[in-house]
Design a protein around this ligand. Structure first.
Ligand SMILES: [Zn+2]
Length: 325
């Protein structure tokens, strides 16, 4: 059995369940505070799925962004999280709008180590909850558009997130430093850095954080191309050295309920997912040449014991309730 520990797919159709069973996979659907209607797009759908079918789905909550001033903010967020965790949420996600979009009352960017979040992080740490954090972006965000980079497609499509030449935005270094400060300050908070912790350009940088912060893990979601840019021997050595700190995930995004689609479209969606999984599996499990988002690399052919942790055991260690149901 495998867990896709980072996905956004409302797979509420029998055909999709059959696909998941065939693949032997369970989804951790993650809510994202993307847009004011994020609760309708992600939160309600994913919590309902996990409620109705715990065998195949788990869910991760999130919380509304702060607006300044708002003295009751943390208290309100904690009350909401309390309810979500009692409603089987296995983690809470924070997104890159913290650090790159939200402004305080002085018009300054709010980083995750801003005092307004401190009671929330204290609460998560105290209660033994897990934070999933997509903070910052790949380095390519701050660099000129490069068709050879795995993120070329994203920044071409979403120029509002491409910050090359934008000195009015925080740098990658500032955002990662704020993240590292909270890892330091909350040593017992289980913390999963989505997308290789936004250090996807070099696994050595991730390893450096693993050495410094024992509470820190990463998922590989949507960053296969970045791993493929690096020497396969180096990536393999990274996985062998930190077998209990790296989680499998794809970041497939299909939030529209499958139950609202016609059967042919659901078949197509399942085929699209199958292709993504086949590519990931080939890279991690074999030494065959694999191609993805314009990158090509031989696979890293991980041993069975490391694959088991990567696909299943690490998710169940960092999201302790994920196998319930
Ligand atoms: Zn995602």
């Amino acid at each position: 059995m495998k867990i896709d520990a980072h996905i956004h797919v409302t797979a509420d159709a029998p055909q999709a369940i059959a696909f998941m069973e065939d693949l032997g996979i369970k989804f951790l659907n993650i809510s994202v505070t993307h847009g004011d209607d994020w609760r309708d797009h992600y939160y309600r759908r994913f919590s309902a799925l996990a409620e109705n079918d715990q065998e195949h789905f788990a869910w991760c909550t999130s919380f509304d962004l702060p607006r300044f001033p708002d003295p009751a903010y943390a208290e309100r967020v904690i009350a909401g999280l309390d309810e979500d965790f009692s409603n089987r949420a296995v983690a809470c996600k924070i997104w890159k709008n913290i650090g790159m979009e939200v402004l305080d009352e002085n018009g300054c960017f709010v980083q995750i180590d801003h005092p307004i979040f401190r009671p929330i992080l204290d609460y998560m740490e105290r209660e033994g909850r897990t934070m999933i954090a997509h903070l910052g972006e790949p380095l390519a965000c701050w660099q000129p558009l490069d068709p050879g980079n795995p993120h070329y497609g994203y920044y071409s499509q979403y120029p509002e997130w491409h910050l090359y030449g934008r000195s009015d935005f925080p740098s990658h270094t500032e955002i990662i430093a704020a993240r590292d400060r909270i890892l330091e300050r909350h040593p017992k908070l289980r913390f999963v850095g989505a997308h290789l912790g936004s250090l996807e350009h070099d696994v050595t940088e991730v390893a450096d954080r693993f050495d410094r912060y024992p509470n820190f893990a990463v998922d590989v979601s949507a960053r296969l191309g970045d791993l493929m840019c690096q020497d396969p021997e180096k990536v393999r050595a990274f996985f062998l050295k930190y077998p209990d700190r790296i989680l499998f995930g794809t970041d497939i995004v299909m939030p529209d309920p499958f139950s609202s689609l016609d059967p042919d479209t659901v078949t197509l969606r399942c085929e699209e997912m199958r292709q993504v999984y086949d590519t990931y599996f080939q890279y991690f499990e074999t030494d065959r040449l694999t191609t993805h988002v314009g990158q090509s690399s031989t696979g890293i052919n991980l041993p069975e014991s490391v694959l088991n942790r990567f696909y299943l055991e690490n998710a169940s260690a960092f999201y302790p309730d994920i196998l319930a149901g």
